[in-house]
Design a protein around this ligand. Structure first.
Ligand code: CAA
Ligand code: NAD
Length: 303
């Protein structure tokens, strides 16, 4: 192998092949953005049906991007779409899909054990130089990394929904992430035409640490009967310049996801309890299966 057993032989800034685990909303978005920027990408999921969903997400998002980039030039739109699609392979074979990976980005279900199991397996089959990272919204990167023997080549790459639109990526370094690994992750973001910011391995990193307590406090305003969701949304859009109000955003992120994040943080006990205290309004909607956009009903109806 070109890479010796010493990790000092690992050459940074040379990521060409990226393998993304998970072809859901986030995984598909990350695959798309990597492919648009000339990385060779492999998208992995558990079964062909899940991969098909991911391909459909990419196809419809690419159409939007193509129309925005080349308005009224159907030929250029088609070239852009074909060229991007040619950069993407799909696979249900995790081992084969990681053999040539320089970077593995994990965007599977938000469950610590499931993520640890995946990385423990990948640690044994991926090349030694391969960088590992997770797109987790709420779990500690260091806890996921513990499942591997490459904690120096492990970090967080936190993308935002919708990935093709949102310019930010949070790059998370744990106490053990090496400088080379960190530099490589920052460089990959830039090559994906995203703006990276760095953050330590803390609950919610920067964006969710601020956004989630803000959204919870919006729910409390409504629960106390002080204002309607509609008026809070109008207020934050026109009075604070947010692109979506907190209730539109909660429906967009998913109410189940919101609840999962605050429940997890309360249990973990690393952030002020008052910021993540349960709100009955949220718990009730989730219990009723009203998760927001994805289920057709949240604070607002969707069809
Ligand atoms: N690919 C996929 N979806 C796209 C897209 C693209 N290229 N462009 C837009 N979208 C989606 C939205 O989901 C929405 O869907 P529908 O059309 O099906 O209703 C729609 O496009 C809105 O797009 P518009 O073209 O009407 O609006 P826009 O392009 O001007 O702005 C926006 C859309 C960028 C989402 C803007 O409203 C915005 O910035 N909203 C806030 C988003 C935000 O805060 N995201 C972070 C959430 S937190 C997170 O992601 C972290 C976490 O860990 C949970
Ligand atoms: P999703 O449910 O849309 O997709 C998850 C995909 O992972 C599914 O297709 C599932 O089949 C697949 N999967 C599960 N186990 C797998 C395994 N062992 N190997 C391969 N594939 C597997 O979820 P999502 O919204 O895309 O979220 C993915 C990750 O991104 C989570 O960690 C989440 O916290 C994080 N995240 C989500 C958002 C958001 O707004 N949705 C934003 C930022 C980060």
């Amino acid at each position: 192998s070109a890479f010796s057993t010493s990790s000092s032989a690992y050459a940074p800034h040379n990521v060409k092949n990226i393998t993304v685990f998970g072809s859901g909303l986030m995984g598909a978005g990350i695959v798309q953005v990597a492919a648009q920027n000339a990385f060779n990408v492999t998208m992995v999921d558990l079964n062909p049906e899940a991969l098909k969903k991911g391909q459909d997400i990419i196809a419809s998002s690419l159409k939007r991007v193509a129309k925005k980039q080349f308005p009224e030039d159907a030929a250029q739109q088609k070239t852009f779409i074909d060229k991007t699609m040619a950069q993407i392979k799909t696979s249900t074979d995790s081992e084969a899909a990681s053999k040539d990976a320089d970077l593995i980005i994990e965007a599977i279900v938000e469950n610590l054990k499931t993520k640890q199991q995946l990385f423990s397996m990948l640690d044994k089959v991926a090349p030694e130089h391969t960088l590992f990272c997770s797109n987790t919204s709420s779990l500690p990167i260091g806890e996921i990394a513990k499942a591997t023997k490459r904690t120096d080549r492990f970090g967080g790459l936190h993308f935002f929904n919708p990935v093709p639109q949102m310019k930010l990526v949070e790059v998370i370094r744990t106490e053990e992430t090496s400088q080379d690994s960190f530099d490589s992750l920052m460089e990959v973001c830039t090559r994906m035409k995203k703006t990276p910011v760095s953050c330590k391995d803390t609950p919610g990193f920067i964006v969710n640490r601020l956004l989630v307590p803000y959204m919870m406090e919006s729910l409390r305003i409504v629960e106390r009967g002080e204002a309607t969701p509609q008026d809070v949304d109008v207020a934050m859009k026109l009075g604070a310049g947010f692109p979506m109000g907190p209730f539109e955003l909660a429906d967009f992120v998913g109410l189940d996801t919101m609840k999962f994040i605050v429940d997890g943080w309360r249990k973990e006990g690393k952030i002020d309890d008052n910021l993540v205290a349960p709100v009955k309004l949220l718990d009730d909607l989730v219990a009723q299966g009203n998760f927001g956009r994805k289920s057709g009903q949240g604070f607002y109806p969707y069809n």
